[in-house]
Design a protein around this ligand. Sequence first.
Ligand code: DGP
Length: 139
Amino acid sequence: MIYDNTNIFAKILRGEIPCHKVYEDDKTLAFMDVMPQAMGHVLVIPKCEAVELTDLPCEYACAVFKTAQKVVTAQRQALGVNGVVQMQLNHKDAGQSVFHYHMHLIPTHVHELGKHEGGLANPSELAQLASKIGAVIEK
Ligand code: DGP
C-alpha cells in the first residue's frame, strides 16, 4: 500500500493536530490513544513513512521497540499494573484504521481488552495520564 501523508498520525508528527505526548526522540513519538481499550493505552509511532510492519525499516523497528520498552516500564510504574498487551495491526483486513505504523501498548489482560475504537476518552483524563506516565519515563 502506498503511504498517504494525509493520515492522522502524519499530521500529529507534523504538529498539525495535537496529541497527549508521553515521550519523543529523534526516531519515535509515543502518545495516548484517544480511543483507549484500557486506561493508559499508549501508541508508539516511527518518524518515517511506513504503513505497516512490512514497510518499517529495521533502524526504525529497533527505535520503536526501544521506546516501547521505556513506555511499558513507565506504565507499570505510573499505573501500578503488570500486564501490558502489545498489539499491532497490518492492513484493513486486520482492522487497521490509521495507515501509519503504530504499536499499541495497552495496560490490561487480554481477556479484559476493551472494544477496538470503542469510543473517545475524556481529554483531561488523557492529559493527566500522559503526564503521569511521561513523568517516570527513562529519557
Ligand atoms: P488501528 O486500528 O490499529 O489502526 O488503531 C488506530 C488507533 O488510533 C485506534 O485505537 C484509535 C487511535 N486514534 C485514531 N485517531 C486518533 C487521533 O487523532 N489521535 C490519537 N491519539 N489516537 C487516534
